[in-house]
Design a protein around this ligand. Structure first.
Ligand code: GDP
Ligand code: MN
Length: 377
């Protein structure tokens, strides 16, 4: 898995960030990715061997090594691969030409929550964590997403930072393209630290941090996000838009709303029932959503199924039709216990009754009934 997911953010590895930068015309060092020391290529320049782990401060933590020949580079690779740095396993390395660094600058664009707009931050005090830089040395500008990046922003910033003309023009180019990355890739953050000025005066992105908003991932299938913690069925459910978690019990659960679903699991557990899954229908008024939910739960092969609905946006009669449709279409022979309460409850109960399914209006009797049906005594 080439990335980690946490709470709506997808944090890309440095090498992936640099691939994106490169695609958008941002200068990055020449380099390649390896997984074993034998993959180090012959070289005529010094290289830097960089651990691909999702933390900053890799330099200080010993995750970055320099080498002047292939033997040194291989040795560096063997030392780094398989180790853990601050708890993160090193499985991948980026081998790059070593830059001859004259200056280290900082530039980032992040989504500012207060302004609800992209925020550019730039500093000539780069190469260290931005949190440790004197705020007076950081130039900031809010960008209006409707107009996007305009060159005056770059001109103001380079003026404030006091860059010499050759640097200023390169910096503006970086900023313009970085904004393109930020926008096109739906980023929460793009950061270059350090933005290196080489001894020959060329600006290069020596590091890359790209964080993507996971709500946009449907547009970015190239990231092919797969979470190794997720089961095949959970991935299938995710693809169909359900919040679904497999558990090791035998009572299949379909409820609406994350809160009610959690409460259902708690109530089952309290009555010594063992849930097979968490499935939140969400707010839906579609029969198909219910039928597809049944299909997922049936694949988990529970002993019994509990449907717990508090009708609102999700109407009880729609759910009832979904239940009877699923029962026929998927030839479900297992006990289905239903609780319906709220919008169109009476209509829902009628639909179920015709199919011989009794629907409770209170949650606790339904919990007790399903636990009993599952054979808990
Ligand atoms: P981080 O510590 O995880 O943010 O990793 P960086 O990629 O930012 O590298 C940390 C530091 O290593 C940089 O600030 C540089 O001082 C140094 N470094 C990284 N790449 C090079 C390089 O190509 N040449 C030189 N001389 N130093 C480098
Ligand atoms: Mn860095």
């Amino acid at each position: 898995m080439p990335q980690s997911r946490a709470g709506g953010f997808l944090n890309l590895y440095e090498y992936m960030g640099k691939q994106i930068f490169s695609k958008f015309g941002i200068p990055v060092p020449e380099g390649y990715v390896i997984h074993g020391p034998e993959e180090v290529r012959s070289m005529d320049k010094d290289v830097v061997v960089k651990s691909q782990i999702l933390i900053g401060g890799r330099g200080k933590a010993g995750g970055i090594k320099f080498a002047s020949n292939i033997d040194e580079a291989r040795a560096a690779a063997s030392t780094l691969l398989g180790t853990k740095i601050r708890g993160y396993s090193v499985n991948t390395l980026l081998v790059e030409e070593k830059l001859s660094i004259a200056k280290e600058y900082y530039v980032s664009i992040s989504l500012n929550r207060t302004e609800r707009k992209p925020l550019v931050m730039a500093s000539v005090a780069g190469g260290v964590e931005i949190e440790s830089v004197d705020p007076k040395k950081i130039a900031t500008r809010i960008i209006d997403p409707l107009t996007g990046y305009s060159d005056y922003v770059g001109r103001e910033l380079t003026g404030q930072l006091g860059l010499v003309p050759e640097e200023a023009s390169q910096f503006r180019n970086f900023l313009k393209r970085l904004y393109e990355v930020f926008e096109a890739e739906d980023c929460e953050l793009v950061e270059i630290n350090p933005l290196v000025v080489t001894s020959s005066g060329k600006m290069v992105a020596a590091d890359a941090k790209v964080v993507i908003d996971t709500d946009s991932l449907f547009k970015h299938t190239e990231y092919n996000v797969t979470d190794p913690e997720k089961t095949t069925l959970e991935l299938e459910a995710q693809g169909k838009g359900y919040s679904f978690v497999e558990m090791d019990g035998d009572i299949g659960v379909i409820a609406n709303g994350a809160g009610l679903t959690m409460a259902t699991l708690d109530a089952l557990t309290l009555h010594r029932g063992k849930p097979r899954n968490f499935l939140d229908l969400g707010g839906t008024d579609s029969v198909d959503t219910v039928v597809n939910a049944f299909e997922l739960v049936m694949k988990a092969n529970p002993k019994v199924i509990l449907v717990n609905i508090f009708g609102g946006v999700t109407k009880c009669d729609t759910v009832a039709t979904g239940i009877t449709t699923a029962k026929t279409r998927l030839s479900i022979g297992k006990p289905i216990v239903v609780r319906l309460s709220g919008v169109r409850e009476v209509e829902g109960r009628e639909i179920l009754q015709k199919d011989g399914i009794q629907a409770f209006s209170q949650m606790m009797p339904a919990i007790e009934a399903v636990v009993k049906a599952a054979g808990v005594n």
